[in-house]
Design a binder for this molecule. Structure first.
Ligand code: HSE
Length: 426
C-alpha cells in the first residue's frame, strides 16, 4: 500500500493530537484513503524532551529546512503559529511543491492572499481548516458543502477563552479578574490573555471566515473589535434580568452591496441557540440563501479536536476530491465594507435620582430619532445616584453616539457605564 508522509513543523498540543489520531484511528484512515499515513520529520525545539507520542527518535530535528526540504515528505503541516518564521517556512514549502496544511489564523488572516497565490502557482494545495474554531469543520463546510449558497450572515462564538470567562461570570457570579484566573488555571487562557480578551484572536478568525463567505479578500484591519475587558458583573446581571446572555460575537453580514464585520460583546436572547454555547465551546451560526439557518457547535481548541481538523485537511488533500479552484476560490471586490452598526443597544447610566431625569434622557434619545424598547431603574447605589438602563430599538451607531454625546453633557448623568450591542438576529 502506498504511504503518504507528513513533515510537521512544531511539536505542541495540536501536533501531538494529530500524531496520536494517526496512530489510534489508523485503520479508519487507511480504509478511507487506501493509503498509509506516516510522519517522516518533525521540527522540535529540543531533541531531549520526553513526548507523549509514539514516534522514533530519528524523525525529530531542530532544523526547519530538514522538514521543509525532506524529499520523502508530501505534505508539510505547520503548527508553530505566529507570523514569523511560519510565513517563510510555508512559502519555502509551497515553492518546494509540497502541499501545506496550517492551523495558523494570524498568518492566514494577514498573508492568506500571497500564500494562496503561491500555492496556485506551484499547483499545490494550502488548507487551513484548523485556523478557525478548532474541531468545528466550518471552512470546508463553506467552501464545499455550501458553495452553491450566497452567505448573508455569520455570527460566531469563536473564542473559547472569552466564552469561558463570560459563562463563569454569568453562571457563578464571578468578577472578570477571577474568571480570567480560573481560565488560566485550566489552560484555556494564556499567561498574557490579551489576544483573546481584546478580541484579536476572534478578529483573525472572522477575517478568514468572511473572506470565504463573501468571496472577497477581507483585511483584518476592516474588522472593528472590542473585547470583554469592560464587561462588569452589573451588565451581566441586567442582561439576565432582561432575558439575555452576554457573549463575545464575531459577526459578518451582507446587505445589498455592503458588508459589515465586527467582533464585539453583545446581548444574545436567552432562547437563541448561541446562548446555549457555554464555557470553552465554540459555535458558528450562519444564514445561506439556500440552506437557511445553520449552526455548527463544538470544541474550538484542544489537542484532539484541532488535530482532527488538521487531519481532515490532510485527508482531503490526499483524496484530492476537490479541484484546486474550489479550495481557493477567486476573490473579487464585490462589496463595500460598511460600519453602520444598525442594531439595538443596551446602555447603562449612573444618574442623580431626581424627578425628570429619566424623562430628560428619554427626550434626548427621541430627538435623535432613537426609539426605546425597555427601561429598567433599580434602587439607589447607596449615594444620590441610581443605575438607569435602556434597551433601544434598532438605530445606527452614529445616532446612538450623537445622543450619548448630548446625554454626557446633562449634569444629572454621572457616568455612561456601558454600551453593548443587542444581537436580535434579524
Ligand atoms: N485561544 C483560542 C480560544 C484558541 O480561546 O478560542 C486558539 O485559537
Amino acid at each position: 500500500m502506498e504511504t503518504v508522509r507528513l513533515g510537521i513543523l512544531g511539536m505542541g498540543t495540536v501536533a501531538s493530537g494529530l500524531i496520536n489520531i494517526i496512530e489510534f484511528n489508523n485503520s479508519k484512515i487507511t480504509g478511507t484513503l487506501n493509503k498509509e499515513l506516516s510522519v517522516s520529520k518533525v521540527l522540535v525545539k529540543s531533541l531531549d524532551k520526553k513526548r507523549n507520542v509514539n514516534l522514533p527518535q530519528e524523525v525529530y530535528t531542530t532544523d526547519p529546512y530538514e522538514v521543509i526540504n525532506d524529499e520523502n515528505s508530501h505534505i508539510i503541516v505547520e503548527l508553530i503559529g505566529g507570523i514569523n518564521p511560519a510565513f517563510e517556512y510555508i512559502k519555502a514549502a509551497l515553492n518546494n511543491k509540497k502541499h501545506v496544511v496550517t492551523a495558523n489564523k494570524a498568518l492566514i488572516a494577514t498573508h492568506g492572499e500571497e500564500l494562496e497565490e503561491l500555492a496556485e502557482k506551484n499547483q499545490v494545495k494550502l488548507m487551513y481548516e484548523a485556523s478557525v474554531a478548532g474541531g468545528i469543520p466550518i471552512i470546508n463546510t463553506m467552501t464545499d458543502n455550501l458553495c452553491s449558497n450566497e452567505i448573508t450572515s455569520i455570527i460566531g462564538i469563536i473564542n473559547g477563552t472569552t466564552n469561558y470567562i463570560l459563562t463563569q461570570m454569568t453562571e457563578n457570579g464571578l468578577e472578570y479578574e477571577q474568571a480570567v484566573k480560573n481560565a488560566q488555571a485550566l489552560g484555556f487562557a494564556e499567561a498574557d490573555p490579551s489576544s483573546d480578551v481584546e478580541g484579536d484572536d476572534a478578529a483573525y478568525k472572522l477575517t478568514i471566515l468572511s473572506t470565504i463567505a463573501f468571496g472577497q479578500r477581507i483585511n483584518v484591519k476592516d474588522v472593528p473589535k472590542e473585547g470583554i475587558t469592560k464587561i462588569s458583573k452589573e451588565d451581566i446581571s441586567y442582561a439576565k434580568e432582561l432575558g439575555y446572555n452576554i457573549k463575545l460575537l464575531a459577526s459578518a453580514s451582507r446587505d445589498g452591496n455592503e458588508i459589515e464585520l465586527r467582533v464585539h460583546p453583545a446581548f444574545v436572547p436567552e432562547n437563541h441557540p448561541l446562548s446555549t454555547v457555554k464555557n470553552e465551546y465554540n459555535a458558528v451560526y450562519l444564514k445561506g440563501n439556500a440552506v437557511g439557518e445553520l449552526m455548527l457547535y463544538g470544541k474550538g481548541a484542544g489537542s484532539l479536536p484541532t488535530g482532527s481538523a488538521v487531519l481532515g485537511d490532510v485527508i482531503n488533500i490526499v483524496k484530492a476530491v476537490s479541484a484546486a479552484s474550489s479550495l481557493s476560490p477567486k476573490k473579487e471586490n464585490r462589496y463595500v465594507v460598511a460600519n453602520k452598526a444598525y442594531k439595538q443597544y443596551y446602555i447603562r447610566f449612573e444618574v442623580i435620582d431626581k424627578p425628570g431625569v429619566l424623562a430628560h434622557i428619554a427626550n434626548i434619545f427621541g430627538k435623535n430619532d432613537i426609539s426605546l424598547a425597555s427601561v429598567v431603574q433599580r434602587q439607589k447605589n447607596g449615594d444620590e445616584t441610581a443605575p438607569l438602563v435602556f434597551i433601544t430599538h434598532e438605530a445606527p451607531r452614529s445616532k446612538i453616539d450623537a445622543a450619548l454625546a448630548e446625554i454626557k453633557n446633562y449634569e444629572k448623568v454621572t457616568k455612561i457605564a456601558s454600551i453593548i450591542m443587542v444581537e436580535n438576529f434579524k
